[in-house]
Design a protein around this ligand. Structure first.
Ligand code: C5P
Length: 223
């Protein structure tokens, strides 16, 4: 069954409130820049203490040795998942895998906020799907467990990649919600139908009138 991951892109008090209210639910909590830079262990320890899986979304993108050191620190924090940009290159991915232990490494292919036009801006001449496939292939050859991609690409990747992987899908919008800064968005049902293994959702939950009720509804829809 697919997992629901809540992106804690919020302030510390809302994050702590959510962790307390949702204790016992089968959820993954994603800690990204906003909370990690200001509150690091306060928030990561709390996610673990409440019994949830900890997804550290730091999207490492650096030279091999620096990436490796980052992976070791994420391991020490007790993270279950860590993101790194596949475009860090083969050697960085290899060194990350060598030290990862039980930590599951998720390779970011192409940010869901980018589409065809943006690729040209950053000098990528490859077609979007082909670029995502090339990066995903490199990630799996290097031993990463998962690929972060748009729901628009999950089926395409699953049909073409030789080995199974965890498809992690952000950029999900509920009916009537605006995409805001995201571009390659899919609906919740589309993400499920296409074979996403983990659905990452931030603002749709954080800004709901009743975030707890929204999470309960989403979990029911997954089940
Ligand atoms: O609020 P929203 O549901 O758009 O949040 C999506 C979350 O997923 C954000 O925390 C964002 O950083 C993260 N993410 C993403 N696209 C990626 C990787 C991670 O949107 N490729």
């Amino acid at each position: 069954m697919a997992k629901l991951c809540i992106a804690l892109d919020t302030n510390l008090s809302q994050a702590l409130e959510l962790l307390s209210s949702l204790k016992g639910y089968p959820l993954v909590f994603k800690v990204g820049y906003k909370l990690f830079i200001s509150h690091h262990r306060t928030i990561t320890d709390k996610v673990k203490e409440k019994g949830f899986e900890l997804f550290l979304d730091l999207k490492l993108h650096d030279i091999p040795n620096t990436v490796k050191e980052g992976v070791l620190s994420a391991r020490d924090l007790g993270a279950d998942y860590l993101t790194l940009h596949i475009s860090s290159g083969r050697e960085a991915l290899k060194q990350a895998v060598e030290v990862k232990g039980k930590l599951r490494l998720l390779g970011v292919s192409l940010l869901t906020s980018l589409e065809e036009e943006d690729l040209k801006d950053i000098g990528v001449c490859e077609e979007r799907e082909k670029q995502v496939l090339n990066l995903a292939r490199l990630a799996l050859e290097s031993g990463l467990e998962g690929i972060v991609c748009s729901g628009k690409e999950v089926r395409f990747l699953k049909e073409r990649l030789e080995r199974p992987f965890l498809a992690v899908v952000p950029g999900i919008r509920l009916e009537g919600e605006p995409p805001e800064d995201q571009k390659r968005v899919v609906s919740f049902e589309e993400a499920l139908q296409t074979g996403a293994d983990m659905l990452v959702m931030g603002r749709s939950i954080l800004r709901a009138e009743n975030p707890i009720k929204r999470v309960e509804e989403l979990l029911l829809r997954i089940a």
